[in-house]
Design a protein around this ligand. Structure first.
Ligand code: 3H9
Length: 638
């Protein structure tokens, strides 16, 4: 099938792109566009060209698989042909108009979009910048401050926002094609127009802010520099500089890493989508437990459009859960993630399990304790219809043991949500030894419904993410014993690109849960296993983290400060373990953290707990703050 078709009717050339799944600008499509543009140039009767796309979206960008190995014809040359056409080209947009797709739309002479269209230049999320004039054309259409936000942030904007800023000329009110045909075209070529409102931009301040925010990612800074070129150089020179930057970045390590994550995220959970069993209907979902996790899961379901029956142990706890969910929805509404608060009307709370009987899926999110969860599952087994899927939200517990408390363990699986559950994208789907196809298909459908990235994990202590985190956290404590300090380890991790170091994270989430888990395991720990007592000593001293005002750091001043008492405890524990303290460089710290992550990752793969190295990277990047532009620990292992 040809990716481009051309029909002429009453002096109008209708150019239709059809290149599933997302009309990406691969080589055959670019060649098709070039040939069509040349043909149209030779047709004296054509007065206008309407460019549109078949399928669910306008062009969603360059073909990411071709990045780094460009093939002729090059997109900038094809777009020059279009922009230089003597007859106007009108872009009729729908779906997601992204990257090279938006550059194509901007090379046309006017743009009309269907309601609901989203437009953006997401190149920075792939470690590159627009490479076909995007940074030069965009600020000639929209004010420079909007161009900076779009190109350096990579987030798409709505059709309404695009219209308000000047990126499109109209939102269609009815038939997109017919209205596109009637669009007038502007007189002056876009590249002859001046850049809009660049005078007020403080480039230095913009760069400082961006440098802090991007934590080592180079593309956003290059994108800003390209926009500055646009403001300061003639359009053609700025285009040439943009192309140089694009070509250099498209073969960079960061871009390779980001492309790896892009495809790894899309492959994650594919096995769940391929299951033939029918998933449970998600219109009504039961949630047990309305604490932080349960309320977050309920909020995620409500935002996605489900009705939720939330069960707590008594009426008072149910009321508190209702308030918690309402607060989460209100916060989402305030952040523009939820259109209105009517979602709350789909929530019912109570304490009677019988209310769950018509829910095809129930997610239990009670206290992380096997006995408590076992009781919940026994009660669920009594009231739920035989085909209902029963999920436990757990971060550590043995899903197989829990499944065996029910008559049909094939309908039980683990769903490890991350807090806040209505925000975080990762969902570890824990496939137990007995979990059946319907339960797994339901997990896949749920992930799509909640717009989360599902990664399948086998049963083990901590599944994929917590198991790797525990391994390197343990080794970080060994490094403390050997000579490092918490603030050094955190600095090394932040320098590498983590938003927070492991000690700042522990202080934020509290040290007590891990302490309880260590105490529970103490009896079965082999006597000859290396064990650092530092964290236990901190807990015994009441240093339970931020909530106690002290943990690995002191928070008396409101910000995290290194604390001599912690350094003292560490020094004492070094002496007790018979270690001679030595200096660690940041690079040595990161080498050690990465090698422990990779070793644990390899063990997890060998045990079949993770299906692929890519899945491990997705877990670490989407759930554990591993810098996306580094691709994940397994990617770095090569
Ligand atoms: C660029 O444009 C550079 C230019 O400035 C310069 C050029 C010179 N290429 O996400 P989905 C595949 S850089 C190749 O599951 P959704 C994807 O892998 C590009 N393949 O669907 C998947 O395949 P599979 C800038 C692509 O509905 C299938 O399509 N553009 C591309 O949830 C469905 O994808 C972007 O960064 C692509 N560009 O979301 C946009 N896009 O079925 C990247 C998708 O085998 N794409 N695929 O797993 C997206 O953000 C989302 O895919 C989109 C659809 C929102 C479009």
């Amino acid at each position: 099938m040809q990716p481009v078709s051309l029909t002429i009717s009453e002096g109008i050339a209708h150019l239709r792109i059809d290149n599933p799944p997302v009309n990406a600008l691969n080589q055959p499509l670019r060649a098709g566009l070039r040939d069509a543009a040349l043909r149209i140039a030779g047709m004296p009767d054509v007065q206008k060209v309407v460019l549109s796309c078949a399928g669910r979206t306008f062009v969603a960008g360059a073909d990411i698989r071709e990045l780094g190995a460009p093939l002729e014809p090059y997109l900038p040359d094809v777009l020059d042909l279009i922009a230089g056409s003597s007859v106007p080209w009108i872009a009729a947009l729908h779906g997601t108009v992204l990257g090279g797709g938006l550059e194509l739309a901007m090379a046309c002479h006017a743009r009309i979009a269907a309601p609901g269209t989203r437009l953006g230049l997401p190149e920075v999320s792939l470690g590159i910048i627009p490479g076909s004039g995007g940074t030069v054309r965009l600020p000639r259409l929209v004010p420079m401050s909007d161009a900076i936000a779009m190109v350096t942030g990579g987030k798409p904007v709505s059709a309404e926002a695009a219209l308000a800023m000047g990126l499109i000329d109209r939102i269609a009110s009815g038939d997109l094609q017919a209205e596109a045909q009637d669009m007038p075209a502007p007189a002056a070529p876009l590249l002859d127009r001046p850049v809009r409102e660049a005078g007020a931009i403080d480039w230095h301040a913009q760069e400082q802010t961006l440098r802090r925010k991007s934590r080592g990612a180079e593309a956003p800074l290059e994108a800003l520099a390209a926009l500055r070129d646009s403001a300061e150089l003639p359009a053609r020179d700025a285009m040439a500089r943009e192309r140089e930057r694009f070509l250099r970045l498209s073969v960079s390590d960061q871009s390779r890493a980001l492309r790896h994550v892009f495809f790894a995220e899309r492959d994650a959970g594919r096995s769940l989508r391929d299951i033939e069993a029918a998933p449970a209907d998600l219109a009504r979902v039961g949630v047990i437990g309305g604490g932080t996790m349960g309320a977050g899961i309920a909020a995620a379901l409500l935002i996605a459009g489900s009705s939720v029956r939330l069960i707590e142990r008594d009426a008072q706890a149910a009321d508190m859960a209702q308030t918690r969910v309402a607060d989460l929805l209100a916060a989402s509404h305030k952040r523009g993630l939820l259109r209105d608060l009517s979602a709350l009307e789909r929530l019912t709370t109570g304490s009677d399990y019988a209310a769950l009987a018509d829910c095809p899926l129930v997610i239990e999110a009670v206290f992380e304790d096997m006995e408590v969860k076992r009781q919940v599952f026994t009660r669920l087994d009594a009231v739920m219809p035989a085909d209902a899927v029963l999920a436990t939200n757990t971060s550590y517990l043995d899903v197989d043991t829990l499944a065996l408390t029910t008559r049909d363990p094939s309908r039980v699986l683990g769903l490890h949500f991350f807090s806040p559950a209505h925000v975080m994208k990762l969902l570890e789907v824990v496939r137990g030894a007995h979990t059946g196809p319907r339960a797994l298909a339901t997990a896949g459908a749920l992930a799509r419904h909640l717009r989360k990235t599902a990664v399948v994990a086998g049963v083990c202590d901590g599944f994929i993410g917590n198991r790797i985190m525990n391994a390197y956290r343990t080794d970080c404590e060994f490094m403390l014993e050997e000579g490092a300090l918490p603030e050094q380890i955190d600095r090394a991790m932040e320098g590498f690109g983590f938003a927070m170091g492991i000690y700042a994270v522990q202080d934020m989430s509290g040290l007590d849960i891990a302490w309880a888990a260590r105490k529970a395991r103490a009896a079965t720990r082999p006597a000859d296993e290396r064990y650092a007592h530092i964290a236990d000593r901190l807990c015994e001293a009441g240093r339970l983290g931020r909530k106690a005002g002290r943990g690995w750091y002191d928070y008396a001043t409101g910000t995290a400060q290194p604390d001599p008492q912690v350094a003292q405890i560490i020094a004492e524990e070094s002496a007790r373990a018979g270690r001679t303290r030595r200096e660690f460089s940041d690079a040595q710290i990161m080498d050690r953290i990465l090698s422990v992550m990779q070793a644990e990752g390899r063990t997890i793969l060998a045990e079949g707990v993770a299906d692929s190295a890519e899945d491990i990277d997705v877990v670490m990047v989407t759930g554990y703050g591993f810098p996306r532009h580094k691709g994940g620990p397994m990617f770095l292992a090569g």
